[in-house]
Design a binder for this molecule. Structure first.
Ligand code: TYD
Length: 155
């Protein structure tokens, strides 16, 4: 994989200038209440796609890695619904690590961005909203093939 360029921490950098591959941190509404906080997300309003799918990753054993692929077409929005983890994003040239650790922050990841999720805290829940239904054909699971496709796309 490409070299890591920089590290950003969700708590302190809610509006980072640039994340590789067109990724960006989006701050969601937060309704603070003594009974507990509430956040929400509407497709096409807070995030730049209509939501066609939601899935979540939980009960992650210590040291496990998720992801490790890109998608041809799928766009995703990744939220730390509970706990924290790092999302490593890579456009075939540069790599950045984005730590998510607040339930009102999410990371928008466009298509054709390699991602890996790691460093999960215990009891973390990763909520992922997607622009398309599941399709194995949409996955790019070979990093070199992904980097070549990105390179071709830049010409
Ligand atoms: P995968 O996307 O490889 O997991 P990760 O989140 O680590 O990238 O998916 C793991 C398995 O789950 C794989 O067999 C496909 C299946 N799966 C579905 O059936 N539907 C889904 O929406 C997702 C995300 C995965």
């Amino acid at each position: 994989m490409a070299a890591i360029k920089s590290v950003m921490v969700g708590t302190t950098r809610v509006d980072p200038p640039e994340i590789v591959g067109g990724c960006r941190i989006i701050t969601l509404p937060k309704i603070a209440d003594v009974r507990g906080n509430l956040s929400y997300v509407e497709g096409g309003r807070h995030i730049p796609f209509a939501i066609r799918r939601a899935y979540w990753i939980y009960d992650v054993p210590g040291g496990a890695l998720r992801g490790g692929h890109a998608y041809h077409k799928l766009e995703e929005f990744i939220i730390a619904a509970s706990g924290s983890f790092d999302v490593v994003v890579d456009d075939g040239m540069e790599r950045q690590v984005v730590q998510l650790n607040r339930s009102y922050l999410g990371l928008y990841v466009p298509s054709m961005v390699w991602r890996q999720i790691e460093n999960f805290s215990s009891n973390s829940v990763t909520l992922i909203l997607g622009s398309l239904p599941y399709s194995e054909e949409d996955y790019l699971r070979d990093y070199e093939a992904f980097a070549r496709a990105r390179h071709e796309g830049r010409k």
